[in-house]
Ligand binder design. Structure first.
Ligand code: C5J
Length: 224
């Protein structure tokens, strides 16, 4: 892959990156969060908001793969014995289903269960990194940093759900580790539209204090 700098219009100012040193990070596009009948819906959320971004994510993923870029998929996922699930995370609140319980698509947020899988439309292919993360952020309790460093990755382009929870947490963790992060606003969603809007503002405020934001079209044009 040629080592060319690409610059796309973004907020609060243009985002410059090198494709060979960049990864597309797809956060938690799992059946239990996105599909009707899953965990997200049992919590009372309208998952149609999340399913609506799938076509935009598919376009971006296809273009990124065609350009030869590295892809990272994450799943919020716990070991079957829940040894990596802090009791506080499992016991908080009064949900109808807790992590580890039997849900409509298998045990909730447990590795290997049907609901824990990435939706078929965005399924990983050979050569892509898949990270099972016990927390909201993608670096906590994972070897992702080692894997990114081994490939000299410096730029991260974020898609996925939910914007204000696992996406924002992962972007902040990445920012603290020195990565430049771009959030694709039409490829991320929340069950709460106001939280998505606020997160976008928080990311690019104060001169990109967490990172950059942009719709996917400028990036698609740049890498196509
Ligand atoms: C949540 C996530 N919302 N992937 N997980 O609990 O954002």
């Amino acid at each position: 892959m040629p080592s060319t700098n690409l610059t796309i219009p973004a907020t609060p100012f243009p985002f410059t990156f090198e494709l060979a040193l960049a990864a597309l990070v797809i956060i938690d596009m799992q059946r239990d969060f996105v599909e009707p009948g899953g965990f997200g819906e049992t919590l009372g959320n309208d998952v149609s908001l999340l399913t609506a971004i799938v076509p935009a994510c598919q376009r971006m993923l296809a273009a990124w793969r065609a350009a030869g870029g590295l892809v990272v998929h994450t799943r919020e996922s716990h070991k079957p014995d829940l040894s990596d699930c802090p009791p506080a995370k499992r016991e908080r609140g009064n949900p109808s289903l807790r992590i580890g319980d039997d849900g409509p698509m298998g045990r909730i947020l447990v590795s290997g269960e049907p609901g824990n899988q990435i939706i078929p439309e965005l399924a990983p292919i050979a050569g892509e990194i898949v990270i099972d993360k016990p927390g909201k952020g993608m670096f906590y309790g994972t070897d992702l940093q080692v894997q990114l460093q081994a490939r000299s990755i410096r730029y991260l382009v974020f898609m996925g759900v939910t914007t204000e929870v696992c996406v924002q947490t992962s972007m902040r963790e990445a920012n603290d580790r020195g990565y430049d992060g771009l959030l694709l606003t039409d490829c991320t969603e929340s069950y709460f539209p106001a939280f998505k809007a606020a997160t976008i503002e928080m990311v690019h405020a104060q001169g990109a204090i967490v990172g950059w934001t942009s719709e996917s079209t400028p990036l698609l044009n740049a890498i196509s």
